[in-house]
Design a protein around this ligand. Structure first.
Ligand code: C2O
Ligand code: CU
Ligand code: CU
Length: 507
C-alpha cells in the first residue's frame, strides 16, 4: 500500500512548557491530515465501513464482536489491523479515516475472566502506533504504551491473560508518543468487555454505547486546527472538542425498549476531552458499575458524569408507556477555565432517543440488591503517598520524558496517590495497569468502594486514591486523559519493581 504523504511527528525536544494558557497556541503538534488516498483502497474499504447514514433516526447499531479464531476453550485469538480507510464519519461526507478492521468504532473484543487473549495486530497506518488496553490489569510489556511503538507495516502480537475478578467494560485505543489524540479522532477506538462467569446481571439484555465527538471541515475531512489559530489555542487548553456527538459512530440514533423491560448499558466515553453529563428524560438511572466493573450495590441517580476515558454500567428501567420516547442527553458540564469556555457550553445536547415499542408493558425484572463484594483497600496499610500536582500541561512541574522514571513503587505495596489540581479546569487522571479506589475528593470520603482507572480531578480539587500493585512489575504511565494534554507531555512514568530477595546466609 502506498501513502502519498506522511504526517510529521514533532520531536520530543520541541515539546515545550504548556504551563500558561497564553503561550499554549504555539505548542500544538502539527496535526496535518494525511492527504490523498489510493482509489482501489477506497473501494475496498467502502464496503466494510460502518458509515453514518443520513435521514430518519437510525437504530443504534452494535459494533461487531471480533471473531475468535481459536477453537481452544479459554483462548480468544483475534486479528486487528489499523489502516487508512475512506468512510463517512459524518453523514454524507466520506473522508479519510483511520480504522480498526475497517470500522469506526472498531470491533468489540468480548472475553471472559481467565481467558488467554492473543491479538495479532498489524499496523497498516503511515505512522507508528500502539494498541493500549485501557484499564486492563496485564503485564507492562503488553500495555501498548508509548514505550513500545509498532512501526508502519509492522506486526505485533499482544498476548495476555485476563485476571479473575476483573470483569468490566474497558476499551482499546492507540497510544503512540504525542499522537494519541490525532489517531483516536481519526477513528481508532473500540470496546473491550470482560465477563464474569457469575455475573449477577447475566440475563439482562445489554447495549454498548460508545460516546465520542468530532469536528469536520466542509469537505468532510477531520478538522484539526492550525496550532497558531485561536481555535488551535482553545483545543490546546480545553482539549479538542467536536460539535458533533456520536453514539457508536452514529448521530442521534434511536434505541428500542419495551415498556417494563430492564436494559443494561455499558457506556464508554472515548472523546478527547468532553465530559458527558448523562441524563435520560423522565427516567432515573440505576448506576451499577464503573471502570473496573460492578459496584457492590446499584445506586439510583438522576444523572451521571462521565469524564473522557471513564466507563459506566447502568440499568435502564423501561418505566415509560408503550409508544413513548425519551431523550438521552449530555447536560451542560463546566470543566473549563472561563477564558476558553465554549460560548454554547450551557446547551444540552441530544445523544440518543429511547423509543418504546407499542407492545404492551411486560412485568419488570427484579434488580439484584447485591452485585458483588468489593474489599476496600485499607489506608492503614499504605506505605507511601505519591503527591501528584497537576498544573496546566504539567505534572509536578515537568513534562513527560520517556527516559525518566518519575515515581517508584514496590511490587505488592499498597500506596496512596494524592492528586492535586492547581488550576481552574478539570483534569481526568489515569493510571495504567492497576485499578484503584478513590478515598476522598476535596476531603469528602467516597461513599462506597469501586474499582477505577481514571478519576476526574475537578478544578482546584484534591483527590486521594489508593492502589495495590499486586502484580506486574515494569514501567507504567500515568497521565491526564485529555488527549491534547497527554500528547503534550502531561504524563509521567511509574516504575513498579520486584522487591529485592531476602538476605540469605552464605555457607
Ligand atoms: Cu486510555 Cu494512557 O490511556
Ligand atoms: Cu490506560
Ligand atoms: Cu489535563
Amino acid at each position: 500500500m502506498i501513502y502519498p504523504e506522511r504526517p510529521t511527528l514533532m520531536r520530543r525536544a520541541s515539546r515545550s512548557c504548556v504551563a500558561c494558557i497564553g503561550v499554549a497556541a504555539s505548542l500544538m503538534v502539527s496535526a496535518r491530515t494525511v492527504r490523498g488516498q489510493h482509489a482501489a483502497q477506497d473501494r475496498a474499504n467502502a464496503v466494510s465501513a460502518s458509515a453514518v447514514r443520513t435521514g430518519a433516526p437510525d437504530t443504534l447499531r452494535q459494533p461487531p464482536i471480533l471473531r475468535n479464531l481459536s477453537r481452544k476453550r479459554g483462548t480468544v485469538e483475534v486479528e486487528l489491523t489499523a489502516s487508512v480507510v475512506r468512510l463517512a464519519l459524518k453523514p454524507g461526507a466520506p473522508t479519510e479515516a483511520f480504522a480498526f478492521n475497517g470500522s469506526v468504532p472498531g470491533p468489540t473484543i468480548d472475553v471472559h475472566e481467565g481467558d488467554r487473549v492473543i491479538v495479532h495486530f498489524r499496523n497498516d497506518l503511515p505512522e507508528p502506533t500502539t494498541i493500549h488496553w485501557h484499564g486492563l490489569h496485564i503485564p507492562a510489556d503488553m500495555d501498548g504504551s508509548p514505550l513500545a511503538p509498532i512501526a508502519p507495516g509492522a506486526r505485533y502480537d499482544y498476548v495476555f491473560t485476563i485476571k479473575r475478578g476483573t470483569a468490566g467494560t474497558y476499551w482499546y485505543h492507540p497510544h503512540p508518543d504525542m499522537r494519541s489524540g490525532y489517531q483516536i479522532a481519526k477513528g481508532l477506538f473500540g470496546a473491550f468487555i470482560v465477563r464474569a462467569a457469575d455475573d449477577p446481571l447475566k440475563s439482562v439484555p445489554e447495549k454498548l454505547l460508545i460516546l465520542s465527538d468530532n469536528r469536520f471541515r466542509a469537505d468532510g475531512t477531520v478538522d484539526f486546527a492550525e496550532p497558531r489559530s485561536s481555535e488551535g489555542m482553545r483545543d490546546e487548553v480545553n482539549g479538542r472538542e467536536g460539535d458533533l456527538l456520536f453514539v457508536n459512530g452514529q448521530l442521534a440514533p434511536s434505541l428500542r425498549i419495551r415498556s417494563g423491560q430492564l436494559q443494561r448499558w455499558r457506556v464508554i466515553n472515548v472523546a478527547a476531552s468532553r465530559v458527558f453529563r448523562l441524563a435520560l428524560d423522565n427516567h432515573r438511572l440505576l448506576h451499577v458499575g464503573s471502570d473496573g466493573g460492578l459496584f457492590e450495590r446499584p445506586v439510583e441517580v438522576g444523572q451521571i458524569d462521565l469524564a473522557n476515558s471513564e466507563r459506566v454500567e447502568l440499568l435502564v428501567r423501561g418505566t415509560g408507556a408503550p409508544g413513548e420516547r425519551a431523550l438521552l442527553r449530555a447536560m451542560p458540564y463546566d470543566r473549563y477555565v472561563p477564558q476558553t469556555r465554549p460560548a454554547d457550553w450551557q446547551t444540552p445536547r441530544d445523544l440518543l432517543t429511547l423509543a418504546y415499542s407499542p407492545a404492551p408493558r411486560v412485568r419488570a425484572t427484579a434488580v439484584p440488591t447485591t452485585l458483588r463484594r468489593i474489599a476496600p483497600l485499607d489506608t492503614l496499610k499504605a506505605t507511601a503517598t505519591h503527591v501528584i500536582v497537576l498544573s496546566q500541561g504539567l505534572i509536578n512541574g515537568r513534562m513527560m520524558d520517556m527516559h525518566r522514571v518519575d515515581e517508584h513503587a514496590s511490587l505488592g505495596a499498597t500506596e496512596i496517590w494524592q492528586v492535586e489540581n492547581l488550576v481552574g479546569m478539570d483534569h481526568p487522571f489515569h493510571l495504567h495497569g492497576f485499578q484503584f479506589q478513590v478515598i476522598d475528593r476535596a476531603g469528602v470520603p467516597e461513599p462506597f468502594p469501586s474499582w477505577k482507572d481514571v478519576v476526574n480531578v475537578r478544578k482546584h480539587e484534591i483527590v486521594r486514591i489508593i492502589v495495590r500493585y499486586d502484580d506486574f512489575p515494569g514501567l507504567w504511565m500515568y497521565h491526564c486523559h485529555i488527549l491534547d494534554h497527554e500528547d503534550h507531555g502531561m504524563m509521567g512514568v511509574l516504575e513498579v519493581r520486584s522487591p529485592p530477595p531476602p538476605p540469605r546466609e552464605l555457607p
